[in-house]
Write a protein that binds this ligand. Structure first.
Ligand SMILES: [Zn+2]
Length: 110
């Protein structure tokens, strides 16, 4: 069951509107949704200017919509492959845990 529509996604992407490295505004066509869940989206965003890529988890909780972004050197299809290799269905949640525990460089915590 879906509780959140595209507006939830749009709200989350407001936190990810600019490239963290060069501050260039992201082009919507460079945003790819890798995985979609009831309360979270995993997206891959490629910067048009410096070509750095960010994988962002946009999720909703009691406090509203949040997003966590990680710099990556994977292309979006590679992220998808890596995700498909993960055992278990909660890989998005797993990424969130990694973000929360700070095992990877946290760029954006809104
Ligand atoms: Zn950039």
């Amino acid at each position: 069951m879906k509780n959140h529509g595209p507006s939830f996604f749009q709200e989350g992407m407001r936190f990810m509107a600019h490239c963290p490295l060069c501050q260039t505004r992201y082009q919507p066509s460079f945003v790819k949704i890798i995985a979609e869940r009831e309360d979270s989206y995993l997206v891959h965003v490629l910067c048009n200017k410096c070509h750095s890529a960010v994988v962002a988890l946009v999720f909703a909780n009691l406090f509203g919509v949040n997003s966590v972004g990680l710099l990556t050197d994977l292309a979006s299809d590679e992220v998808l492959e890596a995700q498909q290799r993960t055992v278990g269905a909660d890989d998005v949640l797993e990424l969130y845990k990694i973000c929360r525990d700070g095992s990877l460089t946290e760029l954006v915590t809104a």
